[in-house]
Design a binder for this molecule. Sequence first.
Ligand SMILES: [Zn+2]
Ligand SMILES: [Zn+2]
Length: 353
Amino acid sequence: MSQKMPAAVHYDHKDGAVELRDVRVPTIGKEDALLEVRSVSVCGSDVHMWRDKLGHKPRVPVILGHEFSGVVAQAGKRVQGFKEGDRVASETAAEICGICILCRTGQYNLCPQRKGFGHYADGAMTQFVKVPARCLHHLPDGLPFRKSALLEPSCVAYQCTAVNTRIRPGDFVVVLGPGPIGLLALQVARLQGALKVFVSGVGEDAPRLDIAVRRLGADRGINTSLEDPVEAVKSFGDGLGADVVIDAVGISETLRQSIAMVRPGGQITKVGWGPAPVGFSLDPLVAKGATLQGSFSHNYGTWERVIQLVTDGKINVEPLISRVAPLEGWHEAFSKMEERVEVKAVLTPNGPI
Ligand SMILES: [Zn+2]
Ligand SMILES: [Zn+2]
């Protein structure tokens, strides 16, 4: 193994501060594995870090990449259940305290000490990444690396839609934002028995809305530059609005829409981020007796379920994969996602998969 490897490094809190650098191959501890990265997908948050538009300040320099899978190249002395050559995917909580009540009760995704790959710990947009063995999951033979790169966003969508939201058969569900999380949340809502799922996006989301309707089973795509999403939702059924709204955008405007379109007694789950202050009254939420729920990350149980669902094709990630490219192609991949002409790019730092 050579000592140096190319890595996509976020090196400063300013626009455009990502570049390929030669970095050292990490050394691992007794409870870690060294993962040879075979696939790592580009997240909207990677693009935001590149553009310095994230709501918080991640560590710099840091190697990007938190949606990844690969092969165990080396296993630490105390690692059990994983050995060299195993095909695996990794969770994202690179560091947790391990002793707080959240960690001890399986909610380590909410540990105040959590440090995520690609934000506060070196991530996987490189050839090798150090991963604590507790983060690893075995991949079934039937799940190729191009798809396993999308397990992480699938877990975000599952945690949001199936764990933190109560959807009952027959519910009317609206997903705001046809980005990767929205397109995956749509499918999870379907699996939970939603009667109708509408997906809403702005004008430039048109190609993604098309994927939602034509390939992933959305009942309707709402283009908000052509019609008012609140009216579109209220024109369906009894006119009282949606039982459940999943906000996979996160900005103030989509929260406003969510509150306006949710039916009395309904639920809004916010999985998208929006650093700007809200700027309007939340009184309608009170008047409707509606629930506003946040959802962040995922944990072990969600991963094991999602691996089965993606392998089985019940969550279909293929229509989201717009591009598979070598690490050197990161810049074009980020640009195309920023322009929303592509949904998801998968990078392959160790050659074709
Ligand atoms: Zn992500
Ligand atoms: Zn903890």
